[in-house]
Design a protein around this ligand. Structure first.
Ligand SMILES: NC(=O)c1ccc[n+]([C@@H]2O[C@H](COP(=O)([O-])OP(=O)(O)OC[C@H]3O[C@@H](n4cnc5c(N)ncnc54)[C@H](O)[C@@H]3O)[C@@H](O)[C@H]2O)c1
Length: 360
């Protein structure tokens, strides 16, 4: 995969900057990918993961940083898209020295990239990284941070689901609808609460017995099924993938009985073309990166000095953005995932262009 975009190389990615960082003593090997700063500094989390190879780490950071540019654009943030990966097993090599070495590389970008938590990194790690750089969000509440981002992620998913419900059934209310939640983790738990409050019936599954115990104790009215395949095949109106990526694939989509898909998981479409398969089956897919932006909205708010109410208001607007995308998809005769990409690209081009107006 080439990083430099060129007309001769259709596989090239068009990233602005990709930085390889190494500190041999602490074992740090990191790659920071900045896809676009058209709307502002690039924001995206740091994934700490034992990739099989450097190529895998690079492919992931290129993919994830591009995704963040689109997500941040549609979240209405004045932030571009970036992401970082630390290559290695966090259980084995994570240390104060490694995180601080990483923080110094983030600082060296002088604010072109803000980091945050992702798979394998936590709020406490951000506090360590912050000892070396100002450009870090997702910090602990004691340090003025936003804390657990899954609270507004779940709220935003609920808002996106309401917009999708309105598009299909004429009312945003989920009352009386049967919603299948796959994954009762940090986001799935809060989402289940919002759905029950709205009068929905919830049927759920999780591979972790603790999550099942939690739901039995907290919401005994939630029906449980064995696995995601059983959930997909059950009589649900809405499917909310809230576990891992790739939930919508060539086996799942033909079996799906829901009319709406709206969930928190990143990268739900297993491969390009699945969005068309969903549309052909008359299933409305609310694009994952649109509806799950509440978390990035929450951590981005920290840059201004965290205010929960303001961040929640911004996450509530995911309802309006989802409506706009679904309307655009109908008008342009394309699946919602394509309409979302177009809207994000439009904002990056239209607002990004304003920087060409000379100020001084
Ligand atoms: N937390 C956030 O703020 C945030 C923001 C944006 C996107 N997301 C995405 O949302 C998804 C959920 O995030 P989270 O923070 O709740 O993660 P989490 O790890 O807390 O929860 C995931 C849950 O899914 C369950 N699970 C895993 N595999 C499963 C399977 N095959 N079938 C059923 N359940 C399964 C796990 O046991 C766990 O309870 C992830 O894809 C994440 O990338 C999260």
């Amino acid at each position: 995969m080439g990083v430099f975009a060129s007309t001769d190389d259709p596989g090239s990615t068009g990233h602005e900057q990709v930085v390889f960082c190494q500190d041999k003593q602490s074992g740090l090997k990191a790659i920071i990918g900045i896809y676009s700063t058209a709307l502002g500094p690039a924001l995206g989390g740091t994934r700490f993961y034992p990739y099989a190879s450097e190529d895998d780490a690079l492919a992931d950071v290129l993919d994830l940083s591009r995704g963040m540019a689109y997500k941040n654009a549609l979240a209405g943030l004045d932030l571009g898209g970036g992401k970082a990966v630390i290559w290695g097993d966090p259980e084995q090599i994570k240390s104060e020295a490694l995180l601080r070495a990483y923080g110094r590389f983030v600082e060296s970008l002088a604010g072109r990239y803000y980091t945050a938590c992702d798979v394998g990194t936590y709020v406490a790690d951000m506090d360590v990284i912050a000892r070396e750089t100002r450009y870090v969000t997702g910090r602990s509440v004691e340090h003025g941070g936003a804390g657990d981002s899954s609270i507004l992620t779940a709220w935003g998913v609920f808002q996106g689901m309401r917009a999708a419900a309105e598009h299909v059934w004429g009312s945003p209310s989920l009352a009386g609808k049967r919603v299948g939640v796959a994954g009762l983790g940090k986001v799935g738990k809060y989402l289940t609460g919002h759905l029950l409050d709205d009068g929905a019936e919830v049927v759920a599954t999780d591979v972790n017995p603790k999550a099942l115990e939690w739901v039995r104790a907290t919401h005994p009215q939630v029906a449980l099924v064995d696995d995601a395949a059983a959930l997909v095949a059950s009589d649900i109106d809405v499917y909310a993938p809230c576990a891992l990526g790739g939930a919508l694939d060539d086996d799942t989509v033909p079996a799906l009985r829901a009319k709406v898909v709206a969930g928190a998981a990143n990268n739900q479409l297993a491969h390009p073309g699945i969005e068309k398969l969903l549309a052909d089956r008359g299933i409305l897919y609310a694009p994952d990166y649109v509806v799950n932006a509440g978390g990035v909205i929450q951590v981005a708010d920290e840059i201004e000095g965290f205010n929960f109410d303001r961040a929640k208001l911004r996450a509530t607007r995911i309802y309006d953005t989802t409506r706009e995308i679904l309307g655009l998809a109908d008008d342009e005769g394309v699946p919602p995932a394509v309409a979302a990409d177009r809207l994000a690209e439009r904002r990056m081009a239209e607002v990004g262009r304003l920087r060409t107006i000379h100020l001084r």
